[in-house]
Design a protein around this ligand. Structure first.
Ligand SMILES: [Fe+2]
Length: 380
C-alpha cells in the first residue's frame, strides 16, 4: 500500500554482470600479480595506545604485545595479530596487511612493483613480507610464514537452540549467554574512501587478485564503490575483505570484526555501553554482504564494526551491479547516522573546491555523488 506520508517500500535491485542495463559500465579487471589468501591485520598510528587497548579489550580482542611504542591485539582465531598500532602524534590509519602463499609472491612484487622487503621483526608473528604504498599513500603489506597462535576457546553458536515458529528446539531450558565482550574471532574487512576510485580499484585488484563481488554505480552508470573478495578458488571467501568507495577524500571509513552470533553482538553492545564507549550504529542488517552489524567509535572517533552472519562466495559466483544509494547500505535497523554521509561543513566545502580546482572532481560527478547520498531509508 502506498500512503503519501509513508513512502514506497522498495526491494533492492542487483544485476549479474551478464545482464547489465545498457548504461552501466563494467568495472575493468586487470590481470593479478599475486592472489592474497587472507586479510591479516590493520596498522594504525595512535597517540594513546593505552586508551586503544582498553577499547579493543572491551570490543573483544586480546593483547599480544603492549609496549610504550607498539600495541598488538589478536582475536580468538589463530592469527598472531589482527590490529597493530604504533605510537605517534596523530590518530590515523596506516594500511592493511594480507597473507600470500609464499616467497614466490613476494619476489614478484619486489620485481614488478618495487616492493620494499620488510624486516622479520617488523611483522607480528615473524615470517617474511614486503611493503607497497597504494596510490593514496596507504601502506599495503604482503606477508607469509607468520607463526600461528593456538586459537582461544569460543562459546558455541546459539542458533541450534533457537525456537522458531514451527521448529521447537529448546524445551525446559533457557537462552542465557554470558554477559561478556563480543569475542572477536577474526578481522573481516576494511573500508576506504578514495578520490580516485577507478585507479585505486585497479591497483588493489592487481596487487591482491581481488574479485569484485558487488559493484555500485552512479546514475550515469560509472562504478563508484566496490566490495572485493579474495580469490580462493572453490574455498568460500567472505563477501568482502576490502571495500573501496569513491568520494571527496582519502579516508579510513571502518574495519569489521567477526563475532560468533547475534547474541554475542547484543551482549557485546551491553559491555561496550557499560564501559562508556561511544556507540555509532546498530544493531541492523546490511544488504550487500548480509551481515548483522553493530558499529562503535574507538577513543579517537575511528569506526569499528562487529558483525556476524555474513555471505561467503566461491570464485565462480558472478559479479553483481547495484545502484549506489545511501539507503542500499542496510536492510533494517535504525537510520544510518549522518556521519556515514558527506559532512555539511565549511571544511567539506573547501575540500570540494580544492578538488574541483585541481581537476580531480567535476561538477557533474559531484552532482551524481550528491544524488547517491539521497533517499535516506531503504523503504523510501
Ligand atoms: Fe563493514
Amino acid at each position: 500500500m502506498n500512503h503519501p506520508s509513508q513512502g514506497v517500500l522498495r526491494a533492492p535491485v542487483a544485476y549479474p554482470e551478464h545482464a547489465l542495463p545498457a548504461h552501466v559500465q563494467k568495472l575493468a579487471r586487470p590481470a593479478a600479480l599475486v592472489k592474497a589468501r587472507a586479510l591479516a591485520f590493520l596498522m594504525f598510528e595512535k597517540p594513546d595506545l593505552a586508551a586503544c587497548q582498553t577499547f579493543l579489550s572491551d570490543f573483544g580482542m586480546h593483547t599480544v604485545e603492549s609496549s610504550a611504542e607498539r600495541l598488538l591485539m589478536r582475536g580468538s582465531g589463530p592469527a598472531p595479530c589482527i590490529y597493530l598500532a604504533r605510537r605517534g602524534p596523530k590518530a590515523r590509519f596506516l594500511g592493511a596487511a594480507f597473507t600470500v602463499a609464499g616467497e614466490a609472491e613476494l619476489r614478484v612484487l619486489e620485481q614488478q612493483s618495487g616492493a620494499r622487503r620488510l624486516q622479520p621483526s617488523e611483522i607480528p608473528g615473524g615470517g617474511s613480507g614486503v611493503e607497497l604504498v597504494d596510490p593514496a599513500g596507504n601502506l599495503l603489506w604482503l606477508v607469509t610464514g607468520q607463526q600461528a597462535l593456538a586459537p582461544l576457546p569460543l562459546r558455541a553458536p546459539l542458533l541450534s537452540q533457537a525456537n522458531c515458529y514451527g521448529e521447537t528446539r529448546r524445551v525446559n531450558s533457557t537462552i542465557r549467554p554470558p554477559l561478556e565482550p563480543a569475542a572477536v574471532a577474526k578481522l573481516g574487512h576494511v573500508v576506504l574512501q578514495t578520490i580516485d576510485f577507478a585507479g585505486m580499484a585497479d591497483w588493489y585488484m592487481r596487487h591482491l587478485g581481488l574479485i569484485p563481488t558487488d559493484v555500485q554505480y552512479l546514475a550515469d552508470g560509472s562504478p563508484n564503490l566496490c566490495f572485493f573478495r579474495l580469490d580462493l578458488g572453490d574455498t568460500p571467501a567472505d563477501h568482502h575483505s576490502i571495500v573501496l568507495a569513491g568520494g571527496i577524500e582519502e579516508k579510513y571509513e571502518h574495519s569489521a570484526y567477526e563475532v560468533v552470533d547475534l547474541d554475542a553482538l547484543g551482549h557485546g553492545q551491553n559491555v561496550l555501553r557499560a564501559n562508556g564507549h561511544r556507540h555509532m550504529w546498530g544493531i541492523g542488517r546490511h544488504v550487500l554482504g548480509s551481515q548483522l552489524f553493530d558499529y562503535w567509535y574507538d577513543p579517537d572517533g575511528m569506526e569499528f564494526e562487529h558483525y556476524t552472519d555474513g555471505d561467503v562466495f566461491t570464485a565462480s559466483h558472478p559479479t553483481h551491479y547495484v545502484p549506489l544509494e545511501l539507503s542500499g547500505i542496510w536492510a533494517w535497523g535504525d537510520d544510518v547516522p549522518a556521519s556515514m554521509g558527506v559532512k555539511k561543513d565549511l571544511g567539506t566545502v573547501f575540500k570540494i573546491l580544492r578538488l574541483l580546482r585541481q581537476g580531480r572532481l567535476t561538477f557533474a560527478r559531484l552532482k551524481l555523488l550528491g544524488q547517491a547520498m539521497g533517499a535516506p531509508r531503504p523503504w523510501l
